[in-house]
Design a protein around this ligand. Structure first.
Ligand SMILES: [Zn+2]
Ligand SMILES: [Zn+2]
Length: 424
């Protein structure tokens, strides 16, 4: 490449990455701190609803910045409120802070050697979903914005949320409990932003989708009742195993024959079936459990309604009875299309237009959805894969790995999205 040409490219490059010039100094100052916080948090991970030390560290930091701080929100959550010098709207930024019961296998100077107990078993504890990076990034955003109160027209609410991975059985927690405790009120939040680091997306890249982005997760339980008989004389009983097979078949036709899959994806999975004791007895009952994933509210309603109708009807057709119960686990992570449209220019300005890419929907779930059910929100994915590498390690595994060099882009993006949203 000739020199002149590369100079032009360099110029275009620096223009494309233009950020608020007044903040450059603050960004330069914050990167090492964010990386250091991230490593400390990574080395000291805590399980869902047990994030005591992590919360303490966050609260201490927010107080040192002069923010109004609430602790113990939804058990271990921390909320910081930063008022700008002028009145205006209220933007919320959310980071989740919990780790997972996973033994870390990475050889890192800040590797986690922490162990704990989960459901009566000894487990390793690891930030195997990258919530350590989310926490450090948001601590960094809080520091940069608190130094620039004069540029803020309105209020920024920093929400550090526990238990995104789900509270332990029998406990409440996560985004749902935060909403219940009024985290989006007083001052009332107008919009919310959040990000998730991604181990499979290169550093420097941001990915997003407008509309349904991550699925609503629901669980269901089906109880089938038949009539017990000798295995050699099926005509004298009602076979709940055969009925279960027909029900599974029927449920899959809701997806394949009744759902407009060109609109959004949808999934019904039966994950467990339990019935019977031995080869020559037709048992009395069967139980099935499974999950439903949807990305569109109307499709979700239709699928739920048809499951409720179909399960007892199929059982009845074969002489038995069946009940079904559907429970919500998380809602649809739904990116408000107007808000996405509004914030896209900011993202493109910060990351460079070609580095902001659209992506397919994810059938995994995120409890950020509970905030988006209340107020418009935008949740996007930040690259955390080492540039130039081809191998990435999936979330929730012992080898999960995030490159620290991707964190600053997260700080810049959330900072400038907040400023632009409030000042527009
Ligand atoms: Zn996760
Ligand atoms: Zn996660």
């Amino acid at each position: 490449m000739n020199k002149c040409y590369s100079l032009v490219l360099l110029l275009i490059g620096s223009l494309a990455f233009a950020q608020n010039p007044n903040l450059n100094k603050d960004y330069r100052a914050i990167e090492n701190k964010v990386i250091e916080w991230r490593r400390e948090i990574h080395q000291n991970p805590e399980l869902s609803n047990r994030e005591f030390k992590t919360a303490e560290k966050i609260a201490k930091h927010l107080k040192s910045l002069g923010l109004e701080v609430q602790t113990g929100v939804a058990h271990t959550g921390v909320v910081g409120i930063l008022k700008g010098e002028q009145d205006g709207k209220v933007i919320a930024l959310r980071a989740d802070i919990d780790a997972l019961p996973v033994y870390e296998r990475n050889d890192l100077p800040y590797k986690s050697n922490v162990t704990s107990e989960f459901l009566g078993e000894k487990v390793g504890v690891m930030h195997a979903c990258g919530h350590d990076t989310h926490t450090a990034i948001l601590m960094g955003v809080a520091e940069v914005l608190s130094k620039n109160k004069d540029k803020i027209k309105g209020t920024v609410k920093f929400i550090f949320q526990p238990a995104e991975e789900g509270p332990p059985p029998g406990e409440e927690g996560g985004a749902l409990l935060m909403v219940k405790e009024g985290v989006l009120k007083n001052p009332d939040v107008d919009a919310i932003f959040g990000l998730h680091i991604n181990s499979n997306t290169p550093v420097g890249i941001i990915r997003y989708k407008s509309g349904g982005t991550m699925a609503a997760a629901q669980s269901f339980t089906i109880n089938v009742k038949g009539k017990q008989s000798h295995g050699s004389q099926p005509w004298s009983g009602v076979d709940p195993i055969l009925i279960s097979a027909k029900i599974i078949d029927g449920l899959q036709t809701i997806i394949s024959r009744e759902t407009d899959l060109t609109n959004e994806a949808a999934v019904i999975t039966v994950g467990k079936i339990k019935s019977g004791v031995r080869f020559n007895i037709i048992p009395e009952s069967a139980e099935m459990i499974g999950t439903i994933r949807t990305l569109d509210y109307d499709m979700k309603d239709h699928i739920n309604k048809r499951m409720m109708e179909m399960v007892p009807a199929i059982a009845k057709a074969f002489g038995g009875d069946a009940t079904i119960e559907i429970k919500d686990a998380t809602d649809i992570t739904y990116n408000d299309p107007a808000l996405v449209e509004q914030m896209l220019p900011t993202m493109q300005r910060i990351a460079g237009a070609s580095n902001v890419q659209t992506q397919k929907a994810v059938t995994g779930a995120e409890d950020f959805s509970y905030f988006q059910r209340e107020v418009p929100g935008f949740f996007f994915f930040l690259g955390g894969m080492t540039p130039g590498t081809t191998e990435s390690f999936p979330h929730h595994t012992p080898d999960f790995l995030i490159d620290d060099s991707g964190l600053l882009l997260g700080v810049k993006t959330l900072t400038e999205m907040s400023l632009d949203y409030l000042n527009q």
